[in-house]
Design a protein around this ligand. Sequence first.
Ligand code: G3I
Length: 305
Amino acid sequence: ATSLASAASAKGRYFGTAVAAGHLGESAYASTLDAEFNAVTPENEMKWDATEPSRNSFSFGSADQIVSHAQGKGMKVRGHTLVWHSQLPSWVGGLNATDLRSAMNNHITQVMQHYKGKIYAWDVVNEAYQDGSSGARRSSPFQDKLGNGFIEEAFRTARSVDPNAKLCYNDYNTDGVNAKSNAVYNMVKDFKSRGVPIDCVGFQSHFNSASPVPSDYQANLQRFADLGVDVHITELDIEGSGSAQATNYGNVVKACLAVSRCTGITVWGVTDKYSWRSGGTPLLFDSNYAKKPAYDAVLSALGGS
Ligand code: G3I
């Protein structure tokens, strides 16, 4: 196999990237995307501020561009994200609990309906837990006004709208075993025991020197898989360069391949040129779309060459 997509596919996995609609017209961007990846996640275009900027007024133009590009190339689409405290238009924060509940369920319903049948997996709820040792929920309009039950409610609504989409909980700093991942683990365990619909957990995997690839990464993925959910590496990027970065990338891929329910990996961007880490070089292609040592390490870990 000579591309990330074909090598991952030979291992029964997808290999995806975050995509920004605004770059699809750049030929090097599109040709790299099409040659190397078989899954996409809209980087910003499906977020609440983009899809429902004012109440019950939906706009899907730029997300549709990404979905139709992906469909034309036979790529999977990960929907990102339905319920998140960030990139949330201010009108949502102004609602009382009753209105917020109906707005949340309406948002999930309208967005999932629009893409019904076209989405492999949805990040239904994103980043609902705090960092640090408390294992507590993060303050957000949803948490503060609807209480702990908002996540369950979001997943139940999502299942009712598109029963064929996999429903994921997605978070960062949950990649190793720690207080935050323990809290998510306990939530997933509780959901599975009570029949709350959840199919997958996304591990964002944004790594840098302050937050390196954890030594218990594989063990952490495995303990979630053992609860009966798929695990997805959803937003992988690793700061650094050269052989150190390449080694880290290779280790992430090996960890996923060692966990049979780790069904795919998504990197958070095609090229360093457009990484959200401005000035950083955390991705597999440099700003001229040349393959980096990290690319070679990923391809080789996937069994390609
Ligand atoms: O759309 C406006 C544009 O109109 C304006 O001219 C421009 C000027 O700043 O800003 C544009 O919005 C930016 C948007 O990206 C689109 O480019 C926002 O300022 C900027 O904050 C936003 O950043 C995104 C970030 O999420 C926001 O939370 C990054 O692109 C995106 O990579 C990042 O992705 C998140 C995941 O969704 C969740 N996990 C963490 C990950 C990294 O932060």
